[in-house]
Design a protein around this ligand. Structure first.
Ligand code: PLP
Length: 392
């Protein structure tokens, strides 16, 4: 029997991938499955981006690149941030990474160890907690509450900080709730962080360009007073429908940048060159397809929220960002994971049970609207029939 290190007894994963595997298995067995479990846009990467990737390979860009990424891409990221947010960032502190996930992996590795506390959103992206546990740090959930419209509360977050807190993970717009934390709350949080200079902040803004109802995403980059301890996580996966290209970027404080670079050298050397050239085309080319995609998500959001609220014993707040609805199903009498599983097996609709996103996820399911309006309507109909039949 091989003996691996104890940390692997504590590592978790993303159940969304297991649901996807089961949904695929059922579909291959001939069942008609509607997948609302998925966390990736159901759109093609815009053609001009695909062409740039192909051209890069034809032009001979198939070798290693510098570990932090090719300079024109890091400069394009800085220019894009300036265009969108009016904030200057140093391209020399931008790391190109193979997907947004890698930034959280690195940041949590840098601050997690036994004796350290790391705060993270619950419900939230499951990899935060998984990696915190892997490092031996204490995971401290920051509750994300329905009655606060799934924004985080500055006061509650600050109240959880102790002298042992090393890292605070934030995510807005949020997975799985679609919650967007308003500017005032973020102002309050940053003001309070002045009392805790030992706390680094990892802000996961991967859905930053997906907000609705005219609500502006408030980036943590807007606060120069925390720039020396801010790690910003962003990437191309969601904004440009590029999940499979494995391309993300992060901004690091000067003190941490070289550690991130060393981790990349030890783990993967660099992101594949063609993806990086495609990333430049994404940032510098036309943005209309990306905007159209968000407009389409907005239309579907209306369909999904109205449809969920019409289901027996289900209520759903209007999500303000990302492409997820997060209905409260506690009044159905089902445990959330059992409901998600029964919906898949019996009604052919894949959704994710809230507990897959944290302890506070009980009573909720995540419904992704990265699927066609027609499929969303069919899924809602099936869910309604299923719940009505079970209640009868
Ligand atoms: N952060 C959040 C909140 C996410 O939902 C996801 C993907 O679902 C990621 C990060 C990871 O993105 P990537 O596919 O670029 O690694």
């Amino acid at each position: 029997m091989l003996k691996t290190v104890a940390a692997f007894d504590r590592i978790g994963e993303e159940n969304a991938f297991a649901v996807l595997a089961r949904a695929t298995e059922l579909a291959q067995a001939g069942r008609d499955i509607i997948n609302l479990g998925i966390g990736q846009p159901d759109f093609r990467t815009p053609d001009h981006i695909v062409e740039a990737g192909i051209k890069a390979l034809r032009d001979g860009h198939h070798g290693y690149t510098p570990a932090p990424g090719i300079l024109p891409l890091r400069e394009a990221v800085a220019a894009d941030v300036h265009r969108r947010l009016g904030v200057e960032i140093d391209p020399g502190l931008v790391m190109v990474v193979p997907g947004g996930k890698v930034t959280m992996f690195m940041a949590i590795l840098m601050f997690g160890e036994p004796g350290a506390d790391i705060l993270y959103p619950d419900p939230g992206f499951p990899i935060y907690r998984s990696m915190i546990e892997f490092t031996g740090a204490r995971p401290v959930p920051v509750p994300i509450r329905e009655d606060n419209d799934f924004a985080f509360s500055a006061e509650e977050t600050l109240s959880l900080i102790t002298p042992d807190t090393r890292l605070l993970v934030l995510n807005s717009p949020a997975n799985p709730t679609g919650g967007v934390t308003p500017k005032d709350e973020i102002d309050k949080l940053v003001a309070g962080l002045a009392r805790h200079p030992q706390v680094a902040v990892l802000s996961d803004e991967i859905y930053g360009q997906m907000t609705f109802d005219g609500l502006e995403h408030r980036s943590l980059l807007a606060y120069p007073e925390i720039r020396d301890r801010l790690i910003l996580l962003d990437g191309w996966s969601k904004t440009y429908a590029m999940t499979g290209w494995r391309l993300g970027w992060s901004l690091w404080p000067p003190q941490l940048f070289d550690l991130a670079r060393k981790l990349s050298v030890n783990a993967y050397s660099c992101v594949n060159a063609a993806s990086q050239w495609a990333g430049i085309a994404a940032l510098e080319g036309p943005q209309d397809q990306s905007r159209d995609m968000v407009a389409e998500f907005d239309r579907r959001r209306g369909v999904v929220v109205d449809g969920l609220n019409a289901l027996p014993d289900v209520t759903c707040r209007v999500p303000k960002g990302a492409f997820y609805a997060y209905p409260n199903v506690s009044a159905t009498g089902w445990k959330a994971k059992a409901l998600a599983s029964a919906l898949l097996e019996e009604a052919g609709v894949a959704v994710i049970g809230g507990p897959d996103f944290g302890i506070l996820g009980e009573g909720y399911i995540r419904v992704s609207y990265a699927n066609s309006t027609e499929n969303i309507r069919r899924a809602l109909q099936r869910m309604g029939e299923f719940l009505a039949a079970k209640a009868a």
